[in-house]
Design a binder for this molecule. Structure first.
Ligand code: G4P
Length: 188
């Protein structure tokens, strides 16, 4: 997506090793025009897939997920990274974070995922693919169907995208980064 790539080139910072800082428009401060445009783009890419729910993960997925949900006019559900004491029955999955080198548990209340759901997973970054696999597991535990994954920034030099596609998942990334060497961002 041209607009996202322009934002990354203009405002993103490649910080080693292999990390792209996008705090000024995506991960900390959020640009609403970019978010809404990304939501529309996800709608174009998945509009024939019968999506009736968006699933993302807190925190940074929520803004993009909301934009996609708004474009489709369907609900957004976000997985939580801590099991709330007020939550009744829930689906959980364990996710290993390669970037942070630790495991965490994600959960969604059983109230918000049902067997007849056709779920589009949305996230800000795709690196090793573990967060997407965890979200996919939550959907499958509910007996629902994952129709695909919409990603803002895929790090093409990490394995996640290939792994998910080889496993038959439809993955659409709005910007795929080939390399982040010497502070220079190169797209595929
Ligand atoms: P994976 O899910 O694809 O396996 O990725 P990984 O464990 O490596 O990612 C863990 C967290 O780091 C995720 O955010 C992900 O969005 C973020 N991340 C991965 N690579 C980059 C990068 O190059 N730049 C930035 N800015 N973030 C990256 P999180 O911990 O869940 O944080 P948040 O959603 O609460 O912000």
């Amino acid at each position: 997506m041209k607009l996202l790539k322009e934002y990354i080139q203009k405002n993103g910072k490649a910080i080693g090793p292999g990390i792209l800082k996008v705090d000024s428009f995506l991960n900390h401060q959020i640009d609403p025009n970019l978010m809404m445009a990304m939501g529309e783009e996800f709608k174009r890419k998945f509009e024939k897939d019968g999506v009736n729910k968006i699933l993302t993960i807190e925190a940074s997925g929520i803004a993009i997920g909301l934009a996609a949900a708004y474009a489709f006019n369907i609900p957004l559900v976000f997985a939580k990274k801590k099991v709330p004491s007020t939550m009744g029955d829930f689906y959980t999955a364990n996710v290993y974070s390669f970037t942070k080198n630790k495991d965490y548990t994600i959960c969604v209340s059983k109230e918000f995922l049902h067997p007849d759901d056709r779920v589009l997973i949305i996230d800000d970054f795709l690196a090793m693919g573990n967060a997407i696999l965890g979200l996919k597991s939550l959907v499958e535990q509910a007996g629902a169907k994952v129709v695909g994954a919409g990603i803002a920034v895929e790090k093409g030099f990490q394995k996640g995208g290939d792994l998910l596609r080889e496993n038959g998942l439809k993955v659409e990334s709005l910007a795929i980064i080939d390399s982040l060497e010497d502070g220079v961002v190169k797209f595929k």
